[in-house]
Design a protein around this ligand. Structure first.
Ligand code: ASP
Length: 615
């Protein structure tokens, strides 16, 4: 194990040194170290080597006299630092050149044998680690990840404060907010039948702070969404939430860029290049997704011109695009057939593969239908070399791009831990992203998102063509967060609500307190939220956010350590005015309609609303 040792740490209390900080330069010092027994090896009856661990690392203590020392016992060891005997240094440890000799040992706390070996973390079932999370937290991986997380938080705070942002805590007991996810409800003891809602985000609260003149707000905010859990989603998550007045998109992007770059620098020690910006349309055309991974090439290529005039019917589609797979020209037929299957599964009408050959240009089931000129044009457009493979999909634009975008990821995406960090801003998302079951438009972000000023006229005539002033931040193919310039004008808000099928009454009952506040002078404003669990996971090179959360829940929403959720005692239920309906009875979760439809009171937004939690 080797932890990062901060040499400037000043030990206090029971200890005069940290385990991981001792070096040959400390030879001759008598020190007291405290920690847990990581390992012990006995040499004869009277000599034991005890590896003592604290959060900075491990020190070998040579203990004379037989003692009943066990793994994970808590000791205070006082001894003298000395070089290890010739040939016994351990280069795997930062303290591997030294040991503590002439040790006096004080057992501060005994320990039962741990239910899993901390040295065998990767072979231990995650359920066991989560049940005994306090033991798992002692491993260097968890120590590293949680300390890295704290470093990120502190860098973000520094950057926000430098930019004039004020930290404000918004309520946890609140009322529905518009992100569109299912909400956690908290029964009111004082008003039976009424409920608070745990915030999906501080969205409305932060907009009201702008009306209240706070000007620039930030918060490292906890948010709760009762959505199915995945590797990148928990019920509760943390976001860097910000809102600012009298600013446009460029300023918001600037604030957030500075904060995430500072955090990335704090962790990696490397300055981040300026973050690239592309529109949603450009991202779709080039990468087939709104969260492009820019760590690798294989960009989508428009073959429209290259195949123009071809006799091949499939190439007469609205959109013909390709991806070049370097050095895949020798892949066996079975692998190519599997790619065709995958494309069909993803919704393509088909997939054409082309092996690039030096002499015959292309080898492909469709080669005989393509003139030599067309073949050469395809090779030129994709910049393919002999030995490469070219995959072509044709059809409707969005579907074609998305299928190729997924194939690009399937075939080329590096592992999560692979560097560099490639941030990207995606702007000009469509305002709406489809229809709900009631035939109403669905907001792509949330209903307070300002339409693009050039598209305002299309709101009633061609709403799906309306671009929004919303933007996402992407890192290595993960959506890190989203934000928007908000609607601060009642007339525009009314038109957007109308398009979303929200009646004046409905809007009043759900967001009345926000709309009411807007009558008393709302500054133009906009904001953003960065999903911190995902950000920290990427910085730590972890592909599962549970690895960067102290006490995460399992896929089924359970906290295996505390046993939550649990039934409440009858007395407590009575106090809350709650009667539990047995499983399977009407009214149980899942027996009612979709809670996400914007048309249904009490829940707002869209099923796919982009957000830091990936809702
Ligand atoms: N409240 C939004 C979200 O959590 C972020 C924002 O628009 O600022 O997705």
């Amino acid at each position: 194990m080797s932890f990062t040792t901060d040499e400037s740490l000043v030990p206090a209390g029971l200890r005069t040194a940290y385990c991981g900080a001792l070096r040959t330069g400390d030879t001759g010092r008598t020190v007291s170290v405290c920690g847990w027994v990581a390992r012990r090896r006995e040499h004869g009856e009277h000599l034991a080597f005890v590896d003592l661990r604290d959060h900075t690392g491990i020190i070998q203590c040579v203990v004379d006299g037989a003692r009943d020392l066990r793994s994970e016992q808590v000791l205070r060891v006082t001894g003298t630092v000395r070089p290890r005997p010739e040939g016994t240094a351990n280069p795997a440890l930062s303290t591997g050149e030294v040991e503590l000799g002439e040790c006096e040992v004080e057992v501060l706390s005994t320990a039962e044998p741990p239910p899993f070996s901390l040295d065998a973390r990767s072979e231990t079932d995650e359920a066991v680690r989560l049940r005994y999370r306090y033991l798992d937290l002692r491993t260097d991986r968890m120590q590293h990840n949680l300390r890295l997380r704290a470093q990120v938080n502190s860098a973000l705070r520094r950057a926000m404060e430098r930019q004039g942002f004020v930290e404000v805590e918004t309520p946890m007991l609140w009322t529905p907010t518009p992100e569109g996810a299912r909400e956690f409800a908290i029964p009111s003891r004082l008003q039976h039948g009424s409920f608070y809602v745990l915030p999906q985000s501080p969205q409305i609260a932060k907009q009201l702070l702008m009306v209240g003149g706070l000007d620039r707000y930030y918060q490292i905010a906890r948010c709760m969404r009762d959505e199915d859990l995945r590797a990148d989603r928990q019920f509760e998550f943390t976001q860097l939430d910000i809102e600012a007045s009298f600013v446009g998109q460029a300023e918001v992007l600037g604030f957030v860029s500075e904060a995430v770059s500072e955090a990335a620098f704090a962790v990696t020690g490397e300055q981040q290049p300026e973050i690239v910006t592309m529109t949603w349309n450009q991202a779709l055309d080039r990468f087939g997704t709104d969260k492009p991974d820019l760590r690798f090439g294989m960009e989508l290529v428009d073959l429209g011109d290259a195949v123009a005039g071809s006799e091949l019917n499939v190439f007469k589609a609205a959109c013909v695009r390709a991806v070049r797979v370097p050095s895949a020209g020798e892949w066996p037929r079975s692998r190519l057939d599997a790619l065709v299957e995958r494309a069909l599964e993803l919704g393509a009408a088909g997939l054409v593969w082309m092996r690039v050959r030096a002499e015959r240009v292309l080898e492909s089931p469709v080669a005989k239908f393509l003139s030599e000129a067309h073949q050469r044009q395809i090779v030129a457009a994709t910049y393919a070399d002999p030995g490469d493979l070219v995959l072509v999909v044709a059809g409707e634009r969005e579907r074609t791009c998305k299928v190729l975008g997924q194939l690009r990821l399937d075939l080329g995406q590096p592992a999560v831990s692979e560097r560099p960090l490639c941030f990207a801003w995606i702007t000009e998302f469509p305002l709406f992203e489809g229809m709900d079951d009631d035939g109403h438009l669905v907001a792509a972000h949330h209903p307070f998102t300002m339409p693009h000023p050039d598209d305002l006229d299309l709101l009633e005539t061609d709403p799906m063509a309306v671009r929004s002033q919303s933007y996402d931040l992407v890192l290595n193919g993960w959506e890190l967060g989203s934000g928007s310039i908000r609607i601060h004008r009642a007339d525009i808000q009314r038109r957007v609500f109308k398009a979303l099928g929200v009646s004046d009454e409905d809007a009043e009952s759900r967001f009345g307190f926000l709309l009411g506040a807007f009558r008393y002078g709302a500054p133009p404003h906009g904001g953003f939220a960065v999903g911190l669990d995902r950000f920290v996971a990427l910085l730590a090179g972890e592909d599962n956010i549970r690895e960067v959360i102290a006490y995460p829940k399992t896929q089924s929403g359970a906290d295996l350590m505390s046993g939550a959720p649990r039934p409440l005692a009858d007395r407590q239920l009575a106090e809350l005015g709650i009667r539990v309906v047995p499983t399977g009875a009407p009214g149980r979760p899942g027996s009612t309609g979709s809670p996400r439809s914007l048309g249904s009171p009490g829940a707002a937004g869209s099923p796919g609303a982009p957000g830091p939690s990936g809702a």
